[in-house]
Design a protein around this ligand. Structure first.
Ligand SMILES: [Zn+2]
Length: 251
């Protein structure tokens, strides 16, 4: 339980302000995305310690400041996340999680499901979860949390249950063969099964799914494009894309 006025948070962005201060964008569980002024955070580590950094789960105290900017009163480390330190793949995965969380959250509009997903993926990375698989699992779950209507077992046009006839339409939707236009690439059964498995995992076991490399090559462009459509912009943290099977149809 958090003390009154405190909320759990992850750092989404740290921006220097003048010589002494920082503006911290936070994903909080209770208040959604929050921008807060951290006075003295640049000049001295005394006040906020080393805790005020990316990937760690924090407990922060916030006070209303001027306008939309909150004041960061204190920061406590609730769970350290060290997996991204010295591991480029884990760093890339964790950075991707935070970028999607930043773009998919709104100021003052709490989304506990998004917070809990970010929390679960970073915790799984820290327990040694495989970064590429966890990234794919995160993307499947993020699409659902962001309300992008991903029901992985059904055609996104007509709602029919998908069988071995699943196709990829317009780069970022899974449809049945009847709804697919001519030449729409087939989504292999292994990829359909992986999507369903990722969607069904309990949060505490997100790291237990290993995504096959061949399947990953099909899912990466599909999920990345779907997420970009969901957040409305290109993702800078998108893992270096491997070309999809068949024709390379990038924009
Ligand atoms: Zn259909």
């Amino acid at each position: 339980m958090t003390p009154a006025g405190a909320t759990d948070a992850f750092v989404l962005r740290l921006t220097p302000l003048g010589e002494a201060d920082r503006v911290v964008d936070l994903l909080t569980r209770d208040r959604g995305r929050v921008s807060a002024l951290a006075r003295g955070a640049r000049r001295s580590r005394k006040r906020f310690g080393a805790a005020l950094d990316y990937f760690h789960r924090l407990e922060v105290r916030l006070r209303r400041g001027r306008g939309d900017l909150w004041r960061l009163e204190s920061v406590d480390l609730a769970r350290r996340c060290t997996a991204p330190v010295g591991d480029l793949e884990a760093f890339a995965a964790a950075s991707h999680v935070l970028e999607v969380a930043r773009l998919g959250s709104r100021d003052g509009d709490p989304d506990p499901d998004l917070f809990d997903l970010v929390d679960a993926v970073l915790a799984a990375l820290d327990r040694g979860g495989e970064p590429a698989s966890l990234t794919r699992v995160f993307q499947v779950r993020a699409l659902a949390v962001l309300g992008y209507g991903w029901d992985v077992g059904r055609c996104s046009h007509c709602g029919r249950a998908l069988g071995p006839d699943a196709r990829v339409a317009a780069g970022c939707a899974v449809v049945c063969a009847r709804c697919a236009g001519p030449g729409a690439p087939v989504l292999p059964p292994g990829a359909v099964r992986t999507l369903a498995a990722a969607a069904a995992l309990p949060l505490a076991r997100l790291g237990s799914l290993r995504v096959d490399r061949a399947v990953d090559g099909v899912l990466e462009p599909l999920l990345a494009r779907s997420l970009e459509a969901a957040v409305g912009t290109r993702l800078r943290s998108r893992a270096s894309p491997r070309p999809p099977a068949g024709r390379a149809a990038d924009d």
